[in-house]
Design a protein around this ligand. Sequence first.
Ligand SMILES: Cc1cc2nc3c(=O)[nH]c(=O)nc-3n(C[C@H](O)[C@H](O)[C@H](O)COP(=O)(O)OP(=O)(O)OC[C@H]3O[C@@H](n4cnc5c(N)ncnc54)[C@H](O)[C@@H]3O)c2cc1C
Ligand code: FES
Length: 257
Amino acid sequence: MKKKERALIISQTELAAGIFEMRLAAPQISSCAVPGQFVMVGIRDESHILPRPISICEADKALGQIRLVYRIAGEGTREMSTYLPGTSIDLTGPLGKGYPLDAVNEDTTALIVGGGIGIPPLLGLSKALNCTRKIVLGYRDELFLDHDFESCGNIYISTDTGSHGVKGTVMDAISQYQIKPDIIFACGPLVMLKAVKGFAAEKGIPAFISLEERMACGIGACLGCVVKTPERDNHSNVNNTRVCTEGPVFDSREVLL
Ligand SMILES: Cc1cc2nc3c(=O)[nH]c(=O)nc-3n(C[C@H](O)[C@H](O)[C@H](O)COP(=O)(O)OP(=O)(O)OC[C@H]3O[C@@H](n4cnc5c(N)ncnc54)[C@H](O)[C@@H]3O)c2cc1C
Ligand code: FES
């Protein structure tokens, strides 16, 4: 269900260089958010910047709060990082389709793979999945949120620099630790998602991937986020799908990367 909500910033913390965590009081959005969904964050009027999509890292229904973790990429996210606790901002959400929690049961071994700023939405997912969880987190160098995952399952780290865990990519960690999943859930850069899609196809297992890299209006209007699909859409007869409304989470077999 789509909702606009004025949310109060409760805290703003720098978790690692250029990576911020914002906790917000947003009772409506927190009451119905599913892991993998996102919000459009309204950048305050004076900047004239359009709202920016940020995934919901976690939603706490009881407290009526959500947690966003974001990296400063440009002007919009830089301005977000200056907002102090006590400031109110406009959010629209929860938007998009989240991860299918019912794709697992208690006998399933799920591989949860996050790369860089794709890691945050996997925290809410990891807490919600009712199965064995093997969690692979890939970073450039500095870690963030890794301790938050500790209660969810076995954690495996990779870093580009080798400062922590396996030196290399998440795929190197999966191979080194010989992880044999029944299903994969992933979020991260396109190059990582392509590798995950290929791995899943090779093993003949399903993979649900979140395509966070492509977005413009966020509400289905501009077609700025379309990705190619192998099948034609019955309604419009084209091989396209919108990331913002039909995604951002897709079965990897349903999109061409
Ligand atoms: C569904 C979805 C969920 C997202 N969730 C998160 C999240 O949880 N945390 C987070 O930090 N970011 C997330 N992003 C990415 C975030 O929306 C962008 O980094 C942000 O909009 C950039 O805005 P800006 O004004 O700061 O930078 P801009 O000035 O708009 O862009 C600065 C640079 O970042 C690049 N960029 C812009 N958008 C993206 C994007 N979507 N992916 C990669 N590079 C981009 C631009 O090409 C440019 O080089 C998500 C994106 C989508 C589509
Ligand atoms: S971002 Fe505009 S249609 Fe998806």
